[in-house]
Design a protein around this ligand. Structure first.
Ligand code: ADP
Ligand code: ZN
Length: 185
């Protein structure tokens, strides 16, 4: 993309688990750093699968980040010189993350968010639909279906915990295509 230089905007990276959302977020943030941009990356605090202060991809790429509980905390941490804000696992924030992203972009910042667009039953994972609607740039990533090898847009839950999201459970999900996905584990 040829990005604008004098206004802010929102980029959304979405897809299933293992589709490379975090890798793509890390790639974009690292390129911004090469471009001498001041960046800050945030992630929800509930996600303690790996190092608390790092965004880590399934392929072990890492990025320093600030863990926060609520999206509004971004304003408390935001440095005056920051030009690029990254948010990983954005689906874990409530609907207020939408207005937070809007406010940041309106201030002239580049906002790059990554998150699941569907839950384990294949339902839209709010607030992602709202973010997709207001974003300037949208990237939908696909994983590889571990059953049949087709492109996979769904996250198959393998264990039943009665919650919408099982955090920190290695082996709790796998990438599946439309044909191989089942709404229940
Ligand atoms: P996401 O943030 O979308 O969950 P990550 O960026 O953390 O994904 O990890 C993507 C990486 O996961 C891939 O580059 C690959 O190394 C690995 N991977 C593991 N299982 C799969 C799969 N079924 N399809 C594609 N990539 C997979
Ligand atoms: Zn399949």
């Amino acid at each position: 993309h040829q990005f604008p230089t004098d206004i802010g905007w929102i980029e959304v990276i979405c897809g299933s688990m293992y589709s490379g959302k975090t890798e793509e977020l890390i790639r974009r943030i690292k390129r911004a750093v090469y471009g001498k941009q001041v960046v800050q990356v945030f992630k929800p605090k509930l996600d303690n699968r790996y190092d608390e202060t790092q965004v880590v991809s399934h392929s072990q790429l890492k990025l320093t980040s600030i863990p926060i509980e609520r999206a509004e905390e971004i304003f408390l941490h935001l440095a005056p010189r920051t030009q690029v804000v990254g948010i990983d696992e954005v689906q874990f924030f409530g609907p207020e993350v939408v207005s937070v992203c809007e406010a940041l972009a309106n201030r002239g910042l580049r906002v790059v968010v990554a998150g699941l667009d569907q839950d384990y039953q294949g339902r839209p994972f709010e607030p992602m639909p709202q973010l997709l609607a207001i974003a300037e740039y949208v990237t939908k990533q696909l994983a590889i279906c571990v059953v049949c090898g087709n492109p996979a847009n769904r996250s198959q839950r393998l264990v039943d915990r009665g919650e919408r999201v099982v955090v920190g459970a290695a082996g709790a999900y796998e990438a599946r295509c439309r044909k191989c996905h089942r709404a229940e584990p």
